[in-house]
Design a protein around this ligand. Structure first.
Ligand code: C5P
Length: 234
């Protein structure tokens, strides 16, 4: 089995990120670089994390006109990321442009195309928040609608909450990769994640990859925490 753990490098500086990455690299499958670290440390942090030999998931959730998203995706591919995110609510044309840009840029560089992952409804939004922005659908239906549109638009992966996996797996083609945050082992302190699954349960439900932040980086020994999680999946 490939290691499905994506460790979120949710720390504010390049130094902290690299120290953490070096410490846990042997126990994880990839690193996620999100908005805080990318804005603070710049694109060079992607290259430096890649230099550890690990895969990089660039989680910047692009959402703009198709031409702009296509160019941002091309720039991300040139940084040599293996996964990146876009908002499916940007529409089918934007998603197709992102996927095409990923494929064509990677081909021109002689690399495999990164996985362009669609984000559906942010887990911070509930039914009221959807109504406020003019969407009368309930959250579950809207997630399914956007996930289906993403697949029709050529995306090969989606980000979803652990509790959405069971509803999405049966309506998606088997090749679609599901990347799931909101993972908790039970050993950590309670925090802002409310709807969680354990690593093992999320994989059994059909997750392809697990995004894990605080259960690893906030642990007393991050390397040991990552190794325990990996062992729990065996
Ligand atoms: O620390 P924790 O394990 O909660 O980190 C989860 C990571 O996944 C964070 O980087 C967070 O921004 C991201 N994420 C999430 N829930 C979503 C989407 C992304 O927790 N719905």
């Amino acid at each position: 089995m490939n290691n499905p753990i994506i460790a979120a490098l949710d720390v504010p500086s390049a130094e902290q990120a690299l120290k953490l990455a070096e410490q846990i690299a042997p126990a994880v499958g990839a690193f996620k670089i999100g908005k805080e670290l990318f804005v603070a440390a710049g694109p060079n942090i992607v290259k430096r994390v890649r230099a550890t030999g690990a895969s990089v998931f660039l989680d910047l959730k692009f959402h703009d006109i198709p031409n702009t998203v296509a160019k941002a995706v091309a720039a991300a591919v040139r940084l040599d990321v293996q996964m990146l995110t876009i908002h499916t609510s940007g529409g089918s044309e934007m998603m197709r442009a992102a996927e095409k840009s990923a494929q064509e840029t990677a081909k021109s560089l002689g690399r495999p195309a990164p996985l362009v992952l669609g984000v559906t409804v942010l887990t911070s939004m509930d039914g009221n928040a959807l109504t406020e922005i003019g969407c009368e659908s309930n959250v579950g239906h809207q997630v399914e609608r956007l996930a289906t549109l993403a697949v029709k638009s050529g995306l090969r992966g989606l980000v979803c909450s652990p509790l959405e996996i069971a509803g999405l797996r049966p309506i998606l083609p088997a090749h679609i990769q599901l990347v799931t945050p909101g993972i908790r082992t039970g050993a950590e302190k309670a925090d802002d994640q409310k709807r969680t699954l354990t690593p093992r349960d999320a994989i059994q439900a059909g997750a392809s990859w697990l995004v894990i932040g605080r259960p690893i980086y906030a642990a007393e020994n991050p390397r040991a925490a990552a190794e325990r999680i990996l062992a729990s999946l065996a």
